[in-house]
Design a protein. Structure first.
Length: 123
């Protein structure tokens, strides 16, 4: 029996996704068919679909590199990174039982924010 996979956007990820949808909606109303925002939204939707079909799709983050913020705020004991268009990242954690796996999307962030969150220094 295959487990169902549910995708839930939490906190900042939910806010970013809603804001992006609003921006893209306005662009489409104006007849804009291609923009960085439209590409990013398509990329997010594609990755969510990939995760729904394979929850382990993303690159696993080594446990000792999981930001404390995610451990405290979301009780994340695992973390995966999905690469999005334009060097954005989507970070998610998995929780589940025998019946269902839930992928909680914790953040949708740009590359500089990702580097800062994980302590990477610029060159």
């Amino acid at each position: 029996m295959n487990k169902s996979v549910r995708i839930v956007l939490l906190g900042d990820a939910d806010k970013a996704f809603k804001r992006l949808n609003e921006i893209v909606g306005k662009q489409i109303e104006l007849g804009i068919e291609s923009s960085e925002e439209i590409q990013l939204l398509r990329s997010i939707k594609q990755k969510v679909d990939f995760i729904r079909h394979n929850p382990f799709y993303g690159n696993p983050i080594v446990k000792n590199l999981i930001p404390e913020e995610y451990k405290v705020k979301y009780k994340a004991i695992n973390l995966f990174r999905a690469e999005l268009s334009q060097f954005w990242r989507m970070l998610y954690t998995l929780k589940g039982d025998e019946i269902e796996i839930i992928a909680f999307v914790l953040d949708i962030i740009d590359h500089p924010t990702y580097n800062s969150k994980f302590g990477y220094k610029g060159r």
